[in-house]
Ligand binder design. Structure first.
Ligand SMILES: [Fe+2]
Length: 248
C-alpha cells in the first residue's frame, strides 16, 4: 500500500509537532507542502528534538546534521534489510526522515513495517512472555561493551502503545526474558514476523518528497532490487529517549 492513501500531514506549512504525533500513531507519514531545501528540512526536524549523526555516514556538504543516502558511484547496488536506525546506542533516534533529492526512473521505494501490529498479532501467551524481555542491539563484530540492551517490547511515549522493538538480524545479538532466561532462539521468528508482507507499507519517491517515521514503532528498508537511475536522499535523525519498557 502506498503511504499517500491515508498517511499525510495536510497543513501548510506543515506543523512538525503534528507530524510527530501522526508518525507516532501511524508509524510513518508523508509531509505535504514539505520543506523544500536541506536547510528548511533541518529546521523542520529540529523542532522535534536534537539532531544526531551516526559515525561512518557521509555528511551533506553544508548540513553536517544530515547524511547522504545514495546509489551514485557504487559498483554494486547498496544492500538494505529491515532495521531500526542506529538502535545500538543508549538514546536511539525517535524519528528519522528523508528528503528525496534525486529520484530514479524506476524502483527505489522504501518499505516500512508496523511494529505495534507486529506485537499485537503475536500469540497472547508469547506476548506475555516477551513483556519485560531485553534485546542486546549491536553489530556482532564490536565488543559487547559497545552494544546496548533495550526493552524488546517498547512503549511509545506519545501513543502509550506497545511495539516490538528490534532491528536487522545482524544487529540483534541476544534476547533475555525478564526472568533471565536466554531466548535468543526467538529472534529470527520475531524478525520474520515483523517483516511479514501484511505488516508493510511502501513509499515510492518523487523528487522533493519528505517522509517522516517513528523508529519506536517501525522498521524500514530500501528496495534496491530494480533501481534504474540515480537515487539520492538526505536523512536526518532526532535523538530519542532511553527506550521505555511496555507494561504487562
Ligand atoms: Fe535506515
Amino acid at each position: 500500500m502506498e503511504l499517500a492513501d491515508d498517511l499525510r500531514v495536510p497543513t501548510s506549512p506543515p506543523d512538525p509537532h503534528e507530524a510527530g504525533r501522526l508518525a507516532a500513531k501511524h508509524g510513518v507519514v508523508q509531509i505535504l507542502s514539505p520543506p523544500d531545501t536541506p536547510g528548511a528540512f533541518v529546521e523542520f526536524l529540529s523542532a522535534l528534538g536534537t539532531l544526531i549523526f551516526t559515525d561512518g555516514e557521509t555528511p551533506v556538504p553544508g548540513h553536517p546534521d544530515l547524511n547522504v543516502v545514495t546509489n551514485v558511484g557504487r559498483k554494486t547496488p547498496p544492500k538494505s534489510v529491515f532495521h531500526s536506525d542506529t538502535s545500538y546506542v543508549p538514546h536511539p533516534p525517535s524519528y528519522s526522515a528523508l528528503i528525496a533529492i534525486d529520484v530514479p526512473d524506476a524502483g527505489g521505494a522504501t518499505w516500512f513495517t508496523e511494529q505495534y501490529l507486529a506485537f499485537e498479532t503475536l500469540p497472547p501467551d508469547l506476548q506475555r512472555d516477551l513483556i519485560g524481555a531485553s534485546l542486546l542491539h549491536g553489530p556482532s563484530d564490536v565488543p559487547v561493551t559497545e552494544a546496548q540492551w533495550h526493552p524488546l517490547v517498547r512503549r511509545n511515549p506519545i501513543t502509550g502503545r506497545a511495539a516490538l522493538f528490534l532491528t536487522s538480524l545482524a544487529r540483534c545479538r541476544q534476547l533475555v526474558l525478564r526472568d533471565g532466561t536466554d531466548r535468543s532462539d526467538l529472534i529470527e521468528r520475531l524478525y520474520t514476523h515483523s517483516i511479514d508482507p501484511r505488516h508493510r507499507r511502501q513509499h515510492q519517491w518523487r523528487k522533493g518528497d519528505v517522509v517522516l517515521w517513528d523508529n519506536r514503532c517501525t522498521l524500514h528498508a530500501a528496495d534496491h532490487s530494480a533501481v534504474v537511475g540515480d537515487r539520492t536522499l538526505y536523512r536526518g535523525m532526532v535523538e530519542g529517549e532511553a527506550p521505555l519498557p511496555a507494561h504487562g
